[in-house]
Design a protein around this ligand. Structure first.
Ligand code: FNR
Length: 357
């Protein structure tokens, strides 16, 4: 179908399923075990209903925001997903360019197919990027990456905490990944574990010993804000704040890690309430990802206290099916506005940046 006939993120997903190579589709679309958490991530949004308010002036609606001090056209970012070249020959650079054109932030993955510098070089002048960090057992590798990122103007460090070992993704395992892997690390890792699927292949890169006592070390090697990606309950959000992190991403890794981990939208309200009760909600930003498929999903997350939301698979599917133009269109579809006004439970203020055009 023509790009103009893509009306929502699900349309891109069904085209991607038809046009992608089976191994790439398996790696991008798979979740852990029975994929219960993966499906729940989006389904949980179906249980949240709006509380529309009327008779408020919505002639001019400004959806722009800042996330970690970075301006963005609306509170959406493209989150980190590994192995972009499985879906498109130019890999993550496609996402960099589309994010730049639409004024949103991109989180660069540690295990990208493109080199780190390629993704930085592909950005526009004022475009902001963050870095997702998989922490290596060899801390020198990690230190080098972090300090290089800071020097190249990366505005936030997101340490992934939900993948001490990669989840069991059976769709992916069945594919017996055999393609040429795109970068050094993944190539060497993959040659070792080739017949276990792409996900298993990257897992040996990640240090399973990572824990809270490592945080001061990260703080000593960088001035970038540090956030923990993959928090799945209020207690850990509290710990992140107590350890001096600037925020968290509530995430179950798109349902790819621990099956039966709750969806992030489900736990968001409790996390916000707990942080507030403990007096830890100032200068601490909470993001969520997982199952964001509609503009209204973003709206619900913001209404419940998130500073912004990330999309993973939708961007990969748009990239794999239509390249740059596909990702740009996808982002514009997320930005479609609803005229719905809702009071934010926490601030008691009207949120009125979503309106139907
Ligand atoms: C991911 N995710 C991920 N997260 C991370 O911290 N490092 C990584 O390398 C990857 N790689 C990755 C690959 C693929 C193919 C997917 C689908 C996901 C998880 C990602 O950042 C995010 O948490 C989820 O993708 C969000 O869920 P949705 O938007 O895909 O539903």
């Amino acid at each position: 179908p023509r790009l103009e006939e893509m009306y929502n993120s699900f349309d891109f997903e069904s085209v991607a399923k038809r046009v992608m190579k089976p191994d790439a589709w398996a790696y991008y679309s798979s979740g852990a075990d029975d994929e219960i958490s993966m499906r729940e991530n989006h389904n949980a949004f179906h249980r949240i209903w709006l509380r529309p308010r009327v008779m408020v002036d919505v002639k001019h609606v400004d959806m722009s925001t800042t996330m970690l001090g970075c301006p963005a056209s609306f509170p959406l970012y493209i989150t980190a997903t590994a192995l972009g070249k499985l879906g498109h020959p130019e890999g993550e650079k496609v996402l960099t360019r589309a994010a730049g054109k639409t004024g949103i932030i991109q989180m660069i993955p540690t295990l990208a197919s493109c080199s780190f510098d390629e993704m930085v070089d592909a950005r526009l002048d004022k475009q902001n990027q963050w870095l997702q960090l998989y922490v290596n057992e060899d801390r020198n590798i990690t230190k080098h990456l972090v300090q290089h990122a800071e020097a190249r103007g990366i505005k936030g460090l997101f340490i992934t905490a939900d993948a001490p070992q990669l989840g069991r993704r059976e769709k992916d395992m069945r594919q017996k990944y055999a393609n040429e892997a795109p970068d050094e690390i993944t190539r060497s890792e993959m040659s070792m574990t080739r017949n276990e699927g792409a996900a298993r292949a990257i897992s040996t890169f990640i240090d399973p010993a990572l824990n809270w006592s490592d945080i001061p070390w990260f703080q000593s090697i960088t001035k970038m804000p540090i956030l923990i990606k993959g928090v799945q309950c209020a207690e850990d959000a509290v710990l992140a704040a107590k350890y001096g992190c600037q925020g968290v991403v509530l995430s179950n890794h798109g349902g790819r890690q621990l099956d039966f981990a709750p969806s992030s939208i489900e736990i968001l309200a409790e996390v916000m309430e707990t942080l507030k009760r403990e007096g830890l909600d100032k200068n601490f930003e909470v993001y969520i990802d997982g199952g964001i498929r509609r503009g209204s999903d973003i709206f619900k997350a913001i209404a419940l206290g998130a500073k912004g939301v990330g999309i993973g698979r939708p961007a990969l599917f748009a990239m794999s099916s239509y390249g740059d133009a596909g990702v740009e269109r996808l982002i514009s579809l997320f930005q479609v506005k609803y005229i719905v006004l809702q009071t934010n439970k926490h601030t008691n203020k009207y949120i009125h940046y979503l309106c139907i055009e």
